[in-house]
Design a protein around this ligand. Structure first.
Ligand SMILES: [Fe+2]
Length: 375
């Protein structure tokens, strides 16, 4: 019996559609516990492949025959071997093309809205790592926000949409993933915008992004208004797009708030974080649709796979926005900081242009989930 192959795109659709899937993950237990493919109706069995070298008889009973079965490993090789053994034993199974490496790099574009002038805004969902990036399109021009290092995906997407990328923007100096902003700007001659307070050590030219800057794309004004919103980093900046959407970076998520410590200044920045969340954002229209830079849990996905919610609704349901006592807020934030993202210091230095890791090193640095939130 032949083994089938599933791509990350197909698995993403399974996640978005809340379909059932049984995952046999053959990586070692610590990798599996640290980071796995998440889905609402997914079931798991973790058996390291080296325990299956002599055969799969011992796990046959644990593999369902009434639902889709996917074998997953780090890079594909081991999963193919195990999938073949299972199919030789009579089971109908698939393996994940490219393994968790491909899963980590898959970006799924989801349209999240229309703009007043007929333009559109897309969210690129990095389902494997929880990163969210954006493309604003209007009249043959585009702006890219918080791009990941899979830069070809944005370049191809813009080309397919018949748009020229004119602006590339990072909401802050990222510490959990390597930014593709500079690369895209170099390849398209676009302007690369960075908050200057986050860019004090960068080694390349950039356009300082200041509070109140208006970035225009298209021959009508798709207004991208910058709003200084420190707290996750000292330079964190948000954007109101077309007065309809709020790109919140790593300051505000659907189910949590940004962590203030990834440059070792938690005590200093938690005050900024509160100021941003409890004052600056409170002055904005509650009708704005919040588009964050990350999601932490699958529950944050809407039915179409996008991640977004009205600001007013977040003021009601997001716990991080409902802690009236300042000291309690400080305590809760600084005492609930999750482990730091893998290699976050090297990632920051890469985004500053100080070090230049090759593609394999970049992949290794980004392995694992993002940890940008305080939940
Ligand atoms: Fe971040």
């Amino acid at each position: 019996m032949t083994v089938n192959v599933m791509t990350s795109k197909e698995v993403t659709k399974t996640v978005f559609n809340n379909e059932e899937l049984f995952i046999l993950d053959v990586r070692n237990a610590s990798d599996f516990n640290d980071w796995k493919i998440e889905g609402e109706n997914f079931e798991y069995l973790n058996v390291p492949y080296f325990e299956l070298l002599d055969g799969v008889e011992e796990i046959m009973e644990e593999i369902p025959t009434n639902k889709k079965v996917l074998v997953v490993c780090a890079k594909e090789g081991s999963s193919v071997m195990v999938a073949e053994m299972l199919s030789d034993a009579g089971l109908n199974v698939s393996y994940l093309k490219g393994g968790m490496k491909a899963w980590s790099e898959h970006l799924e574009p989801v349209k999240v809205g229309d703009l007043n002038d007929g333009g559109e805004i897309y969210q690129f969902v990095r389902i494997g790592k929880g990163c969210l990036s954006y493309m604003v399109l209007s009249n043959g021009e585009a702006a890219v926000i918080d791009a990941t290092r899979m830069t070809d995906i944005y370049l191809d997407f813009a080309e397919n949409m018949g748009a020229k990328i004119k602006h590339v923007i990072d909401t802050h100096l990222h510490a959990d993933h390597i930014s593709g902003g500079r690369t895209i700007a170099e390849k398209t001659d676009a302007v690369y915008w960075l908050p200057p307070k986050d860019a004090t050590e960068v080694t390349f030219d950039y356009q300082p992004l200041e509070d109140g800057n208006d970035i225009t794309i298209g021959n009508t004004t798709i207004n991208i208004a910058a709003l200084y919103s420190p707290g996750h980093t000292i330079g964190s900046t948000s954007f109101a797009v077309d007065k309809k959407f709020l790109i919140s970076g790593d300051i505000l998520f659907i189910d949590s708030i940004g962590r203030p410590d990834l440059a070792g200044k938690a005590e200093d920045w938690v005050g900024d974080l509160r100021e941003t969340l409890y004052k600056r954002y409170r002055e904005l229209s509650e009708e704005l649709i919040v588009l964050p830079a990350h999601f932490m849990i699958i529950d944050e996905l809407n039915d179409d796979g996008s991640v977004s919610e009205k600001l007013g609704a977040l003021f009601v349901k997001n716990h991080g926005l409902n802690i009236e006592d300042e000291n309690e807020f400080r305590k809760l934030v600084t005492e609930n900081l999750p482990p730091q993202p893998n290699a976050y210091q090297e990632i920051r230095e890469t985004n500053m242009g100080k070090i230049n890791p090759d593609m394999d090193q970049q992949r290794e640095m980004e392995i694992g989930p993002n940890r940008c939130a305080v939940r």
